[in-house]
Structures are given as C-alpha cells and as structure tokens.
Ligand binder design. Structure first.
Ligand code: ZN
Length: 117
C-alpha cells in the first residue's frame, strides 16, 4: 500500500497568508501602506486670528501635522461649519474671517485639544 501523503505539514513550501496559494503562484497585489492618522485626543490644535493686508482676517489652525491628520477633510468641515472659505497651507488651516469660537467648538467635537494663542 502506497502512502498518499509524504512529509509533514512542516515540510510544506511557504504559502500566501491571504489567498492560501503557494507563494510562487500567488498574485495578490502588494499592499499599499495606508495613511494612519493620529488620535485627535492626543493632539493640540492652536487657534489664532490673524490680520492680513487689506483688512482681511483669517482664523488659523496650526499645530496639526498634515501627515498625521486629514487636514483637507478637516478644513472642509470647518469651512462648512463657518459657512466661509479657507485653505490648507502645509500644516496650517486658514479659515476666512474671525471664527475662533466656531472653529474651536468644531475641533473640540472631533476630540482635539484646543489652545488659543
Ligand atoms: Zn496571495
């Protein structure tokens, strides 16, 4: 009587964790590292109102790293909340107008610590 199986499980060639195929036959796409954002609770947003030339005033949110926060998404939320425009410049969100209270409130709701400069 011939043996149907030879070897032990430990002799198996390496297989892919995702599809279970042999690594040589696996065609799973290489995982793209996802951006990971920091927990807002561990971060402090610094708020201040800045005066710009021609009497313009902007509310600046700084102290949040663009690599660890979705600053574009955050800016969109703040703009909607304040009903105004704004931009993201590197690690600073600028909301047009003096909206310290609204911006502070919105960021607190998201979990951020707030520091007014
Ligand atoms: Zn695979």
């Amino acid at each position: 009587m011939s043996r149907l199986f030879s070897g032990t499980p430990f002799d198996r060639p390496p297989t892919c964790d995702r599809c279970g195929k042999l690594e040589s036959e696996c065609s799973c796409p290489v995982l793209v590292a996802e951006k990971t954002y920091l927990d807002p609770k561990t971060q402090t947003a610094r708020l201040k109102v800045e005066k710009r030339p021609k009497g313009k005033v902007v509310t600046c949110v700084s102290g949040l790293d663009a690599n660890q926060n979705d600053l574009d998404g955050l800016a969109a939320k703040l703009k909607a909340k304040c009903g105004t425009g704004g931009t993201v410049k590197e690690n600073v969100i600028e909301i047009q107008g003096d909206h310290l209270n609204k911006v502070s409130e919105a960021l607190k709701l998201l979990g951020y610590q707030i520091k007014r400069l």
